[in-house]
Design a protein around this ligand. Structure first.
Ligand SMILES: Nc1ncnc2c1ncn2[C@@H]1O[C@H](COP(=O)(O)OP(=O)(O)OP(=O)(O)O)[C@@H](O)[C@H]1O
Ligand SMILES: [Mg+2]
Length: 291
């Protein structure tokens, strides 16, 4: 297993007091979170905790009700394409690919924020456009090699198995040459081998100097991967710290398993019920007499 001791040399992302309300529902409440350069940070929490909503606030899909988000010291404009241009790329919990485009074309779409060629040069197919296009294809193929999809460059995205579609989303996100990559459940629907491969891929991305913030329900994946983990529960950041500290925190365990309700049966009651059940089971062998 790769070790993840890294030195943090500056803050890439700084989300401060981020709150997102939908009518009466506060989906995210005063969340502070930073990601340093060279870091892989995990964001975990039960279903509906506000993790995806928080990502949407970071990427300009939602304008937070309160709070600010800065990337490398600059406040981000609340527009997705401007956030991408600034250097943040993301993947989606519900895969968003162009199903009827090829794998390569999907990655090329991801590059458009980084190509300077304008509409006219594209329409007139000026030499400068052709050159830029070639360079783009080259880079896109490089990214497909990197994510292990090069052999499928010409396949339609919709024909890829699910795990490879997730990888393609990552390749497309990388095509915008980000400094920070946000991954929303990158291993959902993957088998254990694919999940392991995704771990290695995320380490390789980090090693290329891209900071990573990752949402995932697979706790083993998170614990293997992350330098730091933040736990979101009902919109609030409950705990944050090194993976092993968070894993052992009782509040986190309770949040996942659910805290016992007030009138939860104690040991004695449980023993009584078990005894009664055992007795009933014994009776049921003498069919019919049970009642
Ligand atoms: N656009 C929206 N309008 C209204 N409510 C929303 C909207 N988006 C999210 N919510 C609500 O905000 C809360 C948080 O949802 P969110 O999708 O962020 O959770 P999550 O932590 O990503 O959950 P999961 O692990 O299931 O993906 C939920 O109660 C959800 O119903
Ligand atoms: Mg989500």
């Amino acid at each position: 297993m790769t070790t993840t001791t890294t030195t943090t040399t500056g803050t890439v992302l700084d989300a401060s007091g981020v709150t997102m309300r939908f009518g009466g529902l506060t989906a995210v409440r005063s969340v502070n979170l930073t990601v340093g350069s060279g870091e892989i940070v995990g964001l975990i929490g039960p279903n509906g905790a506000g993790k995806t909503t928080f990502f949407n606030c970071l990427t300009g899909l939602y304008i937070p009700t309160e709070g600010t988000v800065t990337y490398k010291g600059t406040v981000l404009p609340p527009k997705p394409h401007l956030v991408t241009q600034a250097g943040i790329a993301r993947t989606f919990q519900n895969i968003r690919l162009f199903a009827n485009m090829t794998v390569l074309e999907n990655v090329l779409v991801g590059r458009h924020t980084r190509t300077k060629e304008g509409l006219w040069s594209a329409l007139l197919r000026l030499p400068s456009f052709k050159k830029a296009e070639e360079a783009s294809r080259e880079r896109a193929m490089e990214l497909l090699e990197f994510t292990g999809l090069a052999a499928k460059a010409d396949h339609l995205a919709r024909n890829l198995p699910y795990g490879e579609q997730r990888k393609l989303e990552i390749a497309r996100a990388l095509a915008s040459e980000p400094g920070l990559l946000l991954l929303d459940e990158p291993t959902a629907g993957m088998n254990p081998q694919e999940t392991r491969a995704t771990e290695d891929l995320v380490f390789a991305i980090r090693d290329q100097g891209i900071a990573v913030l990752v949402i995932e329900h697979d706790i083993r994946f998170i614990m293997n991967l992350c330098d730091r983990v933040a736990v979101l529960v009902q919109g609030e950041k409950l705990v944050e710290g090194p993976a092993e500290v968070v894993q052992a925190d009782e509040r986190v365990i309770a949040a996942y398993l659910g805290t016992p309700f007030e009138d939860a049966p104690g040991q004695e009651e449980v023993a009584e019920v078990e005894a009664a059940e055992a007795e009933a089971a014994g009776h049921s062998t003498t069919e019919g007499d049970a009642k």
